[in-house]
Design a protein around this ligand. Structure first.
Ligand code: SD4
Length: 323
């Protein structure tokens, strides 16, 4: 676990990185040893948990599951797991998926009452013949698997929801507003196995039953152990339209670096969506099977956490549009 002092020192790196608008986010140097990256600065604490597994020659899949369990269990994070902001009916519904290096994958969507949806997604992958379970069926499966039924709506989230109800305006904002921030995490272990996970409470005040990109294999997450992996954060509807994570992996397959792949996918999205893309945030994070990483977003302020060689950093990604 990072101490608070260490955390503040690390997050201070954001300011330095922000000065270099388009150069950050890329690393074409070949890395040795394990690497873990995750979306946003809360990824630092998640990476630290994943790193404890990776540095001891652990499995990338175990590392990503353990990593995202940190924000999932943190009631102060309003966009993932416990304490996530609810939908417009006051229900906290979670989306998550997980994928290993060999196309094994599992997913849960619109799951209520379970703090760790990513762990449930892994059970779907390992214990069922299916890839995806949703809603009531996902909850029933989680309970059968021994997960605890808990109230995920914290007093703080309930107060925020009641405040929202006064006007009840549904206005998805880019991610520097507090209403949505997903954690997507990608890891490469010492044996060069790749894995990824994506977990979220989705957009605050969404319609009940709305499912974002985060539990959708190919949209919120995609892993191909022979090529690389990608994950996303931002407005899920936009990521689904462009099959974002799969598109990034396919761009890497065609020879692009992780950075070039993220940039190409964002540019294509913007070219095709034009004005409809304005005001919407779309953020991509990628790693190839050598541990080189890339990140790029449509609009500014996408940051991600990276840990390699035991060094934890937050970097700001390059972006296409000022606003
Ligand atoms: C969703 N993609 O449910 C998620 C939210 C998110 O930064 O990533 N926010 O649309």
């Amino acid at each position: 676990m990072l101490s608070r002092k260490e955390f503040l020192r690390l997050t201070g790196l954001i300011a330095a990185a922000a000065a270099i608008r388009n150069s950050a986010g890329s690393s074409h140097k070949r890395r040795r040893g394990p690497v873990v990256i995750s979306t946003w600065d809360f990824g630092l604490a998640a990476n630290a948990a994943a790193w404890n597994i990776l540095k001891n020659n652990g499995y990338a899949l175990d590392a990503v599951e353990a990593g995202v369990a940190v924000p999932e269990g943190d009631p102060l994070i309003n966009s993932v797991g416990l304490g996530g902001f609810p939908d417009r009916d006051g229900r906290v519904t979670l989306d998550a998926c997980i994928m290993d290096e060999n196309f094994n994958c599992g997913s849960v969507a619109c799951l209520e009452h379970i703090v760790h949806p990513a762990a449930v997604a892994r059970r779907v992958m390992e214990k069922t013949p299916h890839v995806m379970l949703a809603g009531e069926g996902a909850l029933r499966f989680a309970l059968e698997q021994g997960f605890k039924n808990e109230n995920l709506l914290t007093p703080e989230a309930e107060t925020a929801w009641k405040e929202w109800l006064k006007k009840a305006e549904y206005d998805p904002q880019p991610n520097w507003e507090i209403n949505h921030d997903t954690i997507g995490m990608l890891a490469l272990d010492m044996q060069k196995r790749l894995a990824g996970v994506c977990t979220t409470s989705g957009m605050a005040w969404k319609m009940h039953g709305r499912i974002g990109d985060s539990p959708i294999i190919g949209a919120g997450l995609y892993v191909d152990g022979e090529i690389g992996a990608a994950t996303c954060t931002g407005l899920g509807e936009e990521m689904i339209r462009m099959a974002a994570s799969h598109s990034v992996v396919e761009a890497m397959r065609s020879g692009k670096s992780p950075q070039a792949a993220c940039e190409a996918v964002i540019k294509r999205y913007y070219k095709r969506r034009g004005n409809k893309a304005h005001g919407k945030q779309v953020c991509l994070l990628a790693m190839d099977n050598e541990g080189n990483v890339g990140a790029f977003s449509l609009m500014p302020r996408f940051v991600y956490a990276i840990t390699s060689n035991g060094v934890h950093e937050v970097r700001e990604a390059g972006y296409l549009l000022e606003k």
